[in-house]
Design a protein around this ligand. Sequence first.
Ligand SMILES: [Zn+2]
Length: 267
Amino acid sequence: MAPFAISDGTCEFCRKGLQTSCVHGQFWGGETDGAQGEAVRVPLADGTLVHIPDRVEGDEKLLRALFPLTEVMGTGHHAALLAGVEEGGTCVVVGEGAVGLCGMLAAKRLGAERIIALGHHEDRLEKARAFGATDLISSRGEEAIGEVRDLTKGGSDHVLECVGAASAMQTAIQVARPGGTIGFVGVPIGVAQEGLDIFGIFRGNLTLRGGPAPVRAYMPELMEDVLEGALDPSPVFDMTVDLDGVPDGYAAMDERRALKVLIRASG
Ligand SMILES: [Zn+2]
């Protein structure tokens, strides 16, 4: 099983568990192809790949539960860790895409008691309950922020920003409790142009922690939970295509007809 980032497993950053900063690292789709084919040559395979136990072979259900560990589940877990989600605590998840949903699942796994999901799409928010959300907020802007502040009596200590848009980061800053921490894993597209509310961060003594998730570091631990039946992110897959169906799979995600598409290369 290969994560979305290729890494050697031996450099300073890999040894730290920060494989997305590997000095020899790269991402699928760069110099390599996108890894969507019948067979794939994996660069730096010793560092990149994680062995799936033989007994899983042919177990469709378990394989579907394992695949999200290569990307969205590991990323959601990263957000929850960065946000410092605590046992028995409350957290807010901004975003109800595949990463946001996995962030909820990760927060639940880490013991969060109350998980407030913020998003705009009713159907996806409903799905959020299955991923561990205890409260769903679908209103926008100031109204949504006010609702979170009411529910949390002034904001949450732990906020997972799982979108990457400037508006989502702004929401995260505004729903964070003074002294709180925001874990951000959404690629910050547009944030640089639209600006970051640095005064809001300053005023609240907020901590921002974020970056591309080193999912390779988390895969063994999360795999153990999947194999024990304690973790199942497979419901993020709501569409399956064959290789010929890949363009339609991308279109479906772009048009929000699908949350996450599974490609079955053969059989
Ligand atoms: Zn490395």
